[in-house]
Design a protein around this ligand. Sequence first.
Ligand SMILES: Nc1ncnc2c1ncn2[C@@H]1O[C@H](COP(=O)(O)OP(=O)(O)O)[C@@H](O)[C@H]1O
Ligand SMILES: CC(=O)N[C@@H](CCC(=O)OP(=O)(O)O)C(=O)O
Length: 261
Amino acid sequence: MKLTVVKIGGNVIDNQEFCRSFLQDFSQIEGPKILVHGGGKIATNIAEKLGIETLMVDGRRITDKPMLDVVTMVYGGLVNKSLVAQLQSFNTNAIGLTGADGGVILSRKRPVKEIDYGFVGDIEKVDSGQIAGMLGQGLTPVFAPLTFDRDGNMLNTNADTQAQAVAVAMAEEFEVNLVYCFEKKGVLSNPEDDDSVISTLIPSLYEQYKASGAIFKGMIPKLDNAFKALSEGVSQVIICHAAEVKQAVSEGIAGTKLVLS
Ligand SMILES: Nc1ncnc2c1ncn2[C@@H]1O[C@H](COP(=O)(O)OP(=O)(O)O)[C@@H](O)[C@H]1O
Ligand SMILES: CC(=O)N[C@@H](CCC(=O)OP(=O)(O)O)C(=O)O
């Protein structure tokens, strides 16, 4: 059975009209589906209003206790519940969850090496059976980028990684199609040219673009996650503009398609 897992980034969520139109398209995807959302940009804005400074290292947020409170409120509350309410208006019976709800995504607090990331989680286990149970009831899980550990902590978890971990876990039972949606048309060969979309990306080409600097910042962990998903059993991975989500799912052609060779 086919399953679609879509990740939507913070730049899309932050734009009300763009986000609403994406959710309408997402609702029209046939068959069981899961949405994993980010919201990094919104957390940064709200933290700033509260006088809390944002620090990112390698695309990961340093999450001390005040920042953990912000991301729990923003991702688990504001963003998650707003997406769920909007999906309900498009007749998708969404259920909003953090990884802690139902114990679905267990993590381990990232060990301190050179950098102390604070309350950031590295995913250990996804309870695919419980997620399949929700899908079986006709529900569409909507995951906030938050997980939990055995010590009772809520942990901030990168949304691209969480989408990858959910997709890989579900691939044991389903034929999973993973789509990373963001505000550009795909992975670009020239970051200055929005039309320079790489239609098919293989690992060796990725390494070349990374070395030349054409692929940088947030796109690097996104692609690492995307290739990991493919090599661990996910059937198809596409990175595309949020407006192309339906096309990516129904035709398998949109933005950048990843292949292993
Ligand atoms: N070659 C590239 N093609 C497209 N985007 C790129 C590229 N290299 C770097 N980027 C950057 O990566 C960003 C996407 O990563 P990220 O900010 O983590 O997205 P999201 O929050 O949507 O997950 C884009 O907004 C863009 O600025
Ligand atoms: C640990 C970590 O970095 N967590 C991310 C979770 C949100 C996220 O990934 O949002 P986008 O997809 O919109 O970037 C953060 O707090 O920024």
